[in-house]
Design a protein. Structure first.
Length: 152
């Protein structure tokens, strides 16, 4: 999930669509995740509501990312992830003259359900089916213990 806090009017509908599509493409095309795993929320902030260092920052975009389906578990992969996301954001942030900041949180996968289902294990046939269907569905072995067994 990406939460993009931006000045009011920074992104029109076409911009939001294009921005969310390139974000989704990173996860779906490069990581093989189902497209519906990617949620992008644009939070427009009126002038005078974003402050950085005690000063108004009306030209500032803040991106907060919450990863659940995958964890970025090595320093090299973390660096690559940040570089990839900075490049993904560049046309929508840097190239438009905005100041920006980005960070990623990682929620333990055990604290996640989608449409009431425990998501299938990473890169499993069930996850590939979810990606092909672009929808969550019941799958054999979806007990919560699947996750604890897999990551124990």
């Amino acid at each position: 999930m990406w939460q993009i806090y931006a000045p009011e009017g920074a992104y029109g509908t076409a911009d939001r669509k294009a921005f969310s599509e390139v974000i989704t493409d990173v996860y779906a095309d490069l990581c093989g995740l189902p497209r519906f795993y990617v949620v992008v929320v644009f939070e427009e902030r009126p002038a005078g509501t974003i402050w950085v260092g005690g000063e108004p920052a009306d030209n500032f975009v803040r991106v907060v990312i919450d990863h659940i389906a995958r964890q970025v578990d090595t320093p090299a992969l973390r660096d690559l992830t940040m570089e990839m996301f900075e490049a993904t954001m560049e046309p929508f942030v840097k190239d438009r003259g905005f100041e920006w900041e980005i960070h990623i949180d990682e929620t333990p996968i055990e604290f996640w359900r989608t449409q009431g289902f425990v998501p299938p294990p990473a890169e499993s046939e069930h996850e590939k089916r979810w990606a092909a269907d672009n929808a969550a569905s019941e799958w054999q072995g979806q007990d919560a213990h699947v996750w604890s067994d897999q990551f124990a």
